[in-house]
Design a protein around this ligand. Sequence first.
Ligand SMILES: Cc1cc2nc3c(=O)[nH]c(=O)nc-3n(C[C@H](O)[C@H](O)[C@H](O)COP(=O)(O)OP(=O)(O)OC[C@H]3O[C@@H](n4cnc5c(N)ncnc54)[C@H](O)[C@@H]3O)c2cc1C
Length: 506
Amino acid sequence: MPVNAFLTSLPMKYLTLLAAALSVAQAAPPNHTTLSECLVDAQVPSLGPCSTGWNQTIIPYNLRANYTPVLLAIPKTVNHVSAAVKCAKAYGAKVQARGGGHSYAAMGLGGTDGSFIIDMEKFKSISLYNNIATVGAGVRLGNLATYLYSSGKRALPHGLCPGVGIGGHALHGGFGMTSRMWGTTLDNIVEMQVVLADGSVAITSASQNSNLFWALRGAGSSYGIVTYFKFATKSAPTVATYFQYQYYSPSIDIKTKTILAMQEFGKAMAPKELALRIFFSNDTFQVYGVYWGPKTKWEKAIAPLLTHLPIAGRVSSVPGQEMEWLPTLVQLNNGGQLTQPLSYNMHDTFFAKSIVTPGMGHLGEATLKNFFTYLATDGQKAPVNWWVMYDLYGGAGSMISAPTLSDTAYAHRDSLFTIQIFSTPPGQAPPYPESGYSFVDGIVDSITKYQNETIFKAYTNYIDHTLTKEQAWDLYYGQEQMVKLNKVKDAVDPTRVFWNPQAIRA
Ligand SMILES: Cc1cc2nc3c(=O)[nH]c(=O)nc-3n(C[C@H](O)[C@H](O)[C@H](O)COP(=O)(O)OP(=O)(O)OC[C@H]3O[C@@H](n4cnc5c(N)ncnc54)[C@H](O)[C@@H]3O)c2cc1C
């Protein structure tokens, strides 16, 4: 029954009593005067700058991006999350969730000083029923993969680094080596529970709060705090074929030919079961990947690429090695274990950018030569160590390209390759040198400014704090998605409770 109809159906004496109770409730002053007291009153566990463990708790994964929040709530229940958001709203605090804390720009710490952080680390439960996994927002990818496989050989597409949190990963994309076959992580979400800006709790799915469901899958951090995800899991492949071709000191010509061959192959010939990557560092590069099936099928699938891959400069190869599912994930994680401890404490120091190439905007030969010349000149004397990674996203049959822009807010459906440019200071410890930023910008410019007739984009999960919010909105979502993202934001969070420097309506 609607609330108004319910009220008019009550006898008068109950209405009088209700009105009196409401006026007492409204008149009663809050018994707290600060955000911190509000949290204490609501019994939400929290830490502040004077708490034991505060300094340790606010260390970001990326030590380059240090920010100090005002307070950090560590809720154990959805009611705690709701109470924490209500307190934040009452005191005008800007809120961000922290999932696995792996944001490149520490957006899980607000991406700036003075945010109120709701840390989802206690939301670690995973369960599986009828092949639907219910996953707490504090789960890390490695623990998710091992749980799913041990519970009926199930799996999901997601990234390779086992410490990354499902929260940020699934709400902003989630690319992994099975994504051409199964889509991104967010394409497999069927339901989420989310705490909204007014503290209310909503279920979102294709049939409930569908606009919010759309916006959360691509720009989630701007819309609420997701407490759990439901994913439609997949049957893990029984066999995978890993392959790798390594080159040492290759010429610019060899590198250019390799990328041109991969583009042609990727566009029309790579089956969706094939994951294909090329990884460049100073003196070497590797073409590698996985075919999610037996070696005999891989041989057929890879043959058109192999005939065009240069032989000169090749120093070693793994021409197809069959493996089971979990060992393949370990191999792709360079041998690192998948399961992660509850007291996770790993760090890196880095700055990265990304280039999303659109389907028709292949990199031309002259662009590639310009790019490799920059790497061979400026790259040799760079103030940082660096690598560049090309991942095949699109091409014939890719499930990343299957959904449309109206299916999810994630915007890069027609991308052929996504390129990540990653840099670390020597020793991988702070400080990150100022000159590193311009060097990395130079790598990006050697492609995007050189081939300026192509509209390149960028990937939200490789978030780049040096972009203005307007640049970020354009590169991560584009104009068409922004119109709807702004509308949904205005509807569910008009006072901009969920905020970071590049959030929707920041
Ligand atoms: C070593 C490493 C490897 C990576 N590999 C890959 C890869 O292979 N593929 C790929 O696609 N990406 C990869 N990434 C990028 C990664 O997907 C993103 O950094 C991701 O956003 C991290 O999520 P998180 O929860 O760990 O981070 P956090 O810093 O906790 O969160 C990131 C953003 O998501 C928001 N958020 C987190 N949880 C919630 C929630 N429950 N509700 C609402 N908002 C939330 C935060 O507020 C923040 O804005 C990698 C990152 C690293 C550091």
